[in-house]
Design a protein around this ligand. Structure first.
Ligand code: NAD
Length: 346
């Protein structure tokens, strides 16, 4: 299996293959960079069809965390881990403790946390063997409200850039997915008088937002065709693609979902169409910023965490301005900003 020749390999500092026969653990930990601090990024449990797919994912995601943490101006490097298996079958305390022992062996060069198919309860089991985990219950708490705040401020920054003011009263926003983050986002938007058009695969989540914030429910696929000002993807990745771009009428795309662009070229297509895209890993960094504050020697402080999250507005404002002056798409500018911060330090 190719590792060093993988297209996703980006001089990752360390890639560790871990196993434990008794519990059936098979995992890969990738430390992409520790230049700004210990590598931090969640652990994903996934039923990869082949080991190569797991390597590809962990290399790609760990590099993504380096960039995300840098642009959020956190003293964290980037890393990620994947456990290979079916979440319905392999989860056990023994498995997570075995994984925790592998984290311990890395001696703090990588801190893990929850991600797809991994709960804070699973992380608590890892924690029985190691302190190199973050986002535990009873510390910085639920990250979603902070991600919601950052996303709301990101929409405001985008609106300010496009229209020269940030009064969102009467502004039409299409919110796709109404989960933990989007509910908080809808609340902020409703409070400033925005008009909400919403969809979800879960009827109860729709009803809640319709009842609480007077939102208009629309069909799952209809969300792309609405005559709105802002499209906020808050569910799945890759919703900005060849099929949806011609349909999206909003001139701002700003939401909390990860990996919104199906491919990098779609960011450039948006720029050419005059659609302002708030790069996903910049606008949705509120959660990881909040988690950082649990590492403070004096303990977690919500006021400081909130202030830091508010900085997402300024970071996006800078990215939008540079995108315009350099005639490059916003997601490319975000990557360049990350590389500069990594090079120069925080
Ligand atoms: P969540 O699971 O609470 O919410 C996701 C919602 O999307 C659910 O209500 C689900 O029913 C809905 N959904 C799924 N498929 C859909 C579809 N095809 N159309 C419409 N709705 C659909 O998750 P969350 O924590 O709110 O996170 C939302 C997104 O933001 C995810 O992409 C996540 O990776 C990203 N994100 C979350 C955080 C955080 O702090 N929670 C931080 C960074 C990024």
């Amino acid at each position: 299996m190719a590792v060093f020749n993988q297209v996703e390999f980006d001089n990752h500092e360390q890639v560790v293959f871990c196993a434990d026969e008794a519990s059936g653990l098979k995992a890969i930990i990738a430390v992409h960079s520790t230049k700004l601090g210990p590598a931090v990024g969640g652990c994903r449990l996934w039923h990869y069809a082949k080991d190569e797919d797991a390597v590809y994912d962990v290399l790609r995601l760990s590099k993504g965390m380096t960039y995300k943490n840098a642009v959020a101006r956190l003293p964290f490097g980037g890393g990620k881990s994947v456990i290979i298996g079916d979440a319905k079958e392999i989860k056990s305390e023994a498995l997570f403790r075995a994984f925790g022992k592998h984290l311990e062996r890395l001696g703090g060069s990588y801190y893990s946390a929850e991600d797809v198919n991994i709960t804070t309860g699973d992380v608590m089991m890892m924690h029985k063997e190691t302190n190199y985990v973050l986002g535990l219950e009873g510390k910085s708490g639920n990250p979603s409200p902070f991600t919601a705040l950052g996303t709301f401020l990101g929409i405001k920054a985008a609106y300010q850039h496009k229209h020269g003011h940030q009064d969102l009263a009467g502004v039409k926003v299409a919110v796709q997915g109404l989960g933990a983050v989007a509910y908080g986002l809808c609340k902020y938007l409703h409070e400033v008088g925005a008009e909400l058009f919403v969809t979800d695969i879960n009827q109860a989540s729709i009803d809640r937002v319709v009842n609480d914030f007077g939102a208009t429910a629309v069909g799952i696929d209809e969300i792309y065709d609405l005559d709105v000002d802002v499209y906020a993807p808050c569910a799945l990745g890759a919703t900005v693609n060849d099929n949806t771009i011609p349909r999206i009428k909003a001139n701002i795309i700003a939401g909390c979902a990860n990996n919104q662009l199906a491919e990098s070229r779609h960011g450039e297509i948006l720029r050419e169409k005059g659609v302002l895209y708030a790069p996903d890993y910049v606008i949705n960094a509120g959660g990881i910023i909040n988690v950082y504050y649990e590492t403070k020697p004096d303990g977690y402080n919500e006021v400081d965490a909130t202030k830091h999250v508010e900085g997402i507005y300024d970071t996006l404002t800078e990215i939008f301005a540079r995108s315009e002056s350099e005639q490059k798409s916003t997601h490319i500018i975000a990557d360049e900003l990350a590389q500069e911060i990594i090079e120069q330090g925080l």
